[in-house]
Design a protein around this ligand. Structure first.
Ligand SMILES: Cc1cc2nc3c(=O)[nH]c(=O)nc-3n(C[C@H](O)[C@H](O)[C@H](O)COP(=O)(O)OP(=O)(O)OC[C@H]3O[C@@H](n4cnc5c(N)ncnc54)[C@H](O)[C@@H]3O)c2cc1C
Length: 465
């Protein structure tokens, strides 16, 4: 069989790239280190509870999310957020403060002080920064909206999405729209108002999943790809071979192919491309990913005092909590807990407290139970408790990240036929990874078309290095 492209990594990014390339008629092979596909996207049925080990939501504002759902025939299993989601919660002085869902929720809630609410208006008047230098999210938001808003609203948001700290991460890499609005209109608020008048979408997201959880997506892609997906194959190295590449999968053998797409985590990509593209490897190696732990707990409904009428809660660093935040899983989507029970997930560690994420499972469960007792009145033994450790959780887009990405995007210029894709380019969300995969597949397709006939698979011989 002639193979056009070898894709390393069978997470959402790798599978989606393979899906797009096969739909254009190319023959591909996906090599995945683990016994299962999906990478971070793992949903597990636990006696009627459904635990999301990694992602739990899809962002419907990104068209690729809906496109993949439809093209894979998953729309009949798709579920939107439950009607019970009425609030977002932030922790204030050790208690949950409800922020109504909607654009003015923060202004009507008592979470921010009156001074902080007035300070938000200063964004309309302040001069814009013009030196073009990247700055942290904390610096940008404090400058435009005041310190209280930055610390008590933006920092928890950043912890919730990136498991990161607003004081460390790059505003240009994570919130490029805010930077662009400041530049164009002199004020983020004015820009957002203009954007609405012009029919643009406000930042924010519409979330969905599938009844069987997020892993429904990679499972469907892997099923479509059939025996093009080879699990339990750890790629050891990539080297140049004529006008193509040699991919060494250790005991599983070697493959020769015209195109290689590396769809692994950035530290693995750095190792794999070190020989073929040292500049790209150096850039990928600079991306740091702190550990993150997920603690999933199920309780009988009557053992939890809080109405759980929201997505969950987030905490700011100043609150000094042990959890970054939590999700009310059984309120968000159906089938997450058996009848008469609720399910909640706590997220622990990240850049704020990496050592906590390395605690053993029983300690993490105790810690999460103590937090849930305090914050949502969850008492008694949980019916279900399960922990997932992610030793390298989510890539951190530090100040200067856009420069790193610019280096990574030119990999194919330095080594024709070598492409990188994944959650360290344009955002970590699954939907953004799908979008990135579409772009990567298109670039690889164009390259294959220009290059003419593929070199093809020359060998898959166990033990040959
Ligand atoms: C706890 C958590 C919660 C999250 N919540 C959300 C959420 O609610 N919504 C959302 O949109 N996103 C969320 N995300 C982010 C999202 O899940 C990830 O960014 C996305 O799944 C990354 O997909 P990927 O394919 O790029 O990488 P990965 O999922 O990391 O896949 C990379 C794959 O490469 C394989 N691999 C590594 N080395 C090799 C090798 N040498 N040879 C072969 N294969 C190799 C790995 O085994 C893995 O399967 C969350 C992430 C985490 C960790």
């Amino acid at each position: 069989m002639n193979i056009d492209a070898v894709i390393i990594g069978g997470g959402v990014s790798g599978l989606a790239t393979a899906h797009e390339l096969t739909s254009r008629g190319h023959k591909v092979i996906v090599l995945e280190r683990q016994a299962h596909t999906g990478g971070n996207a793992m949903s597990e049925d636990l006696d009627g509870f459904l635990m999301e080990h990694g992602p739990s939501t899809m962002n419907a504002h990104i068209p690729a999310a809906g496109e993949f759902s439809t093209s894979l025939g998953l729309d009949d299993r798709r579920c939107d957020l439950g009607v019970g989601v009425r609030n977002r919660y932030l922790v204030a002085d050790g208690k949950l403060a409800a922020i109504p869902v909607g654009p003015f929720g923060l202004l009507t809630a008592g979470y921010l002080s009156p001074v902080a609410k007035i300070r938000l208006l200063a964004d309309l008047l302040l001069p814009h920064r013009s030196d073009g230098e990247d700055e942290t999210i904390m610096a940008f938001c404090s400058r435009r909206f005041g310190r209280e808003f930055a610390e008590r609203v933006i920092d928890p948001l950043v912890a919730g999405i990136y498991a990161g700290r607003a004081a460390d991460l790059s505003v240009a890499a994570i919130f490029p729209k805010l930077v662009a609005l400041e530049k164009k209109y002199g004020s983020v608020t004015l820009g957002a108002i203009h954007g609405r008048r012009e029919g643009g979408k406000m930042p924010g997201s519409r979330l969905f999943s599938w009844s069987g959880g997020i892993a429904t997506l990679p499972k469907a892609m892997a099923r479509r790809l059939g025996n093009a997906v080879r699990t339990g194959n750890t790629v050891r190295s990539v080297s140049r071979r004529g006008d193509g590449f040699r991919i060494n999968a250790g005991g599983a053998g070697v493959l020769d192919a015209k195109v290689v797409i590396v769809a692994t985590q950035p530290h693995v990509a750095a190792r794999l491309i070190a020989d073929v593209d040292p500049a790209g490897a150096d850039a990928a190696g600079q991306i740091h990913a702190p550990p993150l732990a997920v603690v999933f707990l199920g309780f009988p409904r009557e053992n939890v005092a809080h109405p759980l009428d929201g997505l969950g809660f987030l905490t700011s660093e100043a609150e000094n909590r042990k959890v970054l935040g939590a999700q009310f899983c059984s309120t968000m989507f159906p089938n997450r807990a058996p009848h008469g029970h609720v399910a909640v997930s706590a997220y622990i560690g990240g850049a704020r407290a990496p050592d906590l994420a390395r605690l053993r499972a029983p300690e993490l469960v105790s810690l999460a139970r103590a937090e849930f007792r305090d914050l949502i009145g969850a008492v008694g033994e949980p019916t279900m408790a399960r922990v997932r450790h992610w030793p390298l959780g989510l890539p951190q887009y530090g100040v200067g990240h856009q420069g790193i990405v610019a280096d990574l995007r030119t990999t194919a210029n330095r080594q024709a036929g070598l492409f990188l894709t994944g959650n360290y380019f344009a955002g970590p969300s699954v939907a953004t990874c799908l979008e990135g995969a579409q772009e990567t597949a298109l670039a690889a397709h164009d390259y294959l078309k220009r290059a003419g006939n593929p070199v093809g698979l020359r060998a898959l011989s166990p033990g040959r290095h």
